[in-house]
Design a protein around this ligand. Structure first.
Ligand SMILES: *Cc1c(COP(=O)(O)O)cnc(C)c1O
Length: 459
């Protein structure tokens, strides 16, 4: 495919204009709006395997995969069949169903948790896990890390990475003071959240030394993927568990993105297999476990989960939680995800990221390729990236130019420099070829952008 798509996308633009009239900003989640990269967000009408098709009839190789959930690609036959079969029996019962028991059993069998509560989004999972940690410890405060995103509940919207990073520029001092990232989040809500630099155990230790008896939990992404991919330094996650436990606090490992994506049992399994087991008290899941429908979960050992209503006093509920369609999609997806699946995803991620890195090297564009299992992203910087400040020091305009050229060549990357790229098992040799053919022009565009804008510039 040497032909490129024009920058204009008339059918998408028409839909966007209609959406702008009835939906704030024209989208139902901010990063979809292309604000960071410019241009018309593409309205998608169909997905098939590795590809998305937009309203203008253009085909894109999809490296977003619905922001992580679609490890098997679009419209996987097993998932579609499961959802169709479930839908024919009714969409929701407001009563317990066999499917949610099976999904919970599947999650418990793959991960270190004894019990899970099913919810509808990752936001709900982390919000509920924090309430449970506070109820269990009878303490008010939590520690989170700058650049980690845990959904959009009030207390967690402080230095929350991607979506917010994409919209706002540098705000480091405010972030680290635990000030809210968003109007509408009160100072008192944000004041219970202590924000520390990622990968800095000494900073966590210092906080515990001063107010350890006030801290209910540390919450961390199992491997950070919401400021671009920034893996935990060796010993960081295990060290967090150790510090928390020495002070009577819990560790909440957020595997909403990594869970069932980087390994059968998520980052917890991958880390244990590398000799670093993580003694997390609560783990949150989402994305892959819903197979593209709204489903998420949080879980832990019996002692902690037993505090949740109706077994215990900490309240948590949901009209559609454990929904039969979502449970069916999630279960079908997980059952397709064998060890072989992860070997395939790892190989594909290595292949695509290697090609991209080589293309950028060929034109002398400084960049840093970072992996967490099969999640990866490219930072347009020559420095190391181990935390949020370093992630934000990248050349954003170079990413934007790269993104637009890839889009014109039929490759749909996340429309932000602060996101992970996601692969699926549907990416075959032809799809790799589509990617490879798009790269030279995109690398050239990035090179041109770096030569006109100083490092750290861009919007
Ligand atoms: C996506 C994500 C969430 C939020 O999940 P939603 O389903 O979008 O509410 C929470 N934590 C992490 C690590 C995520 O990647």
């Amino acid at each position: 495919m040497t032909e490129t798509f024009p920058a204009e996308a008339p059918a998408s633009q028409d839909l966007f204009d209609r959406a702008l009239a009835v939906v704030p900003g024209g989208v139902n989640s901010p990063v979809r709006a292309f604000r960071a990269v410019g241009g018309t967000p593409r309205f998608m009408v169909r997905g098939e395997g590795a590809y998305l098709f937009d309203a203008d009839g253009r085909r894109y190789l999809d490296l977003i995969c619905s922001w992580g959930p679609l490890v098997l690609g679009h419209a996987h036959p097993a998932v579609i069949e499961a959802v169709t079969r479930a839908a024919a029996k009714g969409t929701s019962f407001g009563a317990p169903t066999p499917g949610e028991v099976e999904l919970a059993e599947e999650i418990v069998s793959r991960t270190p948790v004894d019990q899970v509560r099913l919810v509808n989004s990752g936001t709900e999972a982390t919000m509920s896990a924090i309430r449970l940690a506070r109820g269990f410890t009878d303490r008010p405060k939590i520690i989170k890390f700058a650049g980690c995103y845990h959904g959009h509940s009030d207390g967690l919207l402080a230095a929350a990475g991607s979506g917010v990073a994409t919209l706002a520029a540098a705000r480091t001092e405010a972030d680290l003071a635990g000030l809210p990232d968003s109007p509408g989040v009160t100072r008192s809500a944000a004041a219970e959240t202590i924000v520390l630099p990622y990968n800095d155990l000494a900073a966590v230790e210092a906080v515990f030394a001063v107010e350890g008896d006030q801290i209910a939990a540390i919450i961390t992404e199992a491997a950070a993927g919401n400021m671009g991919v920034v893996p935990p330094a060796p010993g960081f996650n295990a060290g967090l568990a150790d510090l928390a436990h020495r002070h009577g606090a819990l560790l909440i490992l957020d595997e909403v993105m990594t869970g069932f994506r980087v390994a059968r049992g998520g980052w917890a399994e991958l880390s244990a297999s590398r000799g670093e087991p993580i003694a997390a008290d609560l783990i949150t899941f989402g994305k892959v476990m819903g197979g593209g429908l709204p489903a998420a979960a949080f879980g832990g050992r019996h002692e902690v989960m037993g505090h949740l209503a109706p077994a215990g006093p900490v309240y948590q509920a949901g009209t559609l939680s454990g929904n039969p369609l979502a449970s069916a999609a999630g279960l079908a997806t997980l059952r397709e995800c064998t060890s072989g699946t992860y070997a395939t995803l790892d190989r594909t991620a290595a292949q695509l990221s290697g090609l991209a890195s080589k293309a950028l090297d060929a034109v002398g564009v400084a960049h840093r390729l970072q992996h967490a299992g099969n999640m990866f992203s490219i930072f347009f910087t020559s420095g190391e990236v181990t935390n949020y400040d370093q992630a934000r020091a990248q050349h954003v305009a170079a990413f934007t130019a790269f993104f637009q050229a890839m889009l014109a060549h039929g490759v749909y990357l996340p429309p932000s420099a602060f996101e992970a790229w996601f692969v699926s098992t549907a990416i075959d040799d032809d799809a790799v070829e589509v990617f490879a053919r798009a790269l030279p022009a995109a690398a050239e565009a990035a090179a041109a952008a770096t030569s006109v804008t100083p490092e750290g510039g861009g919007a």
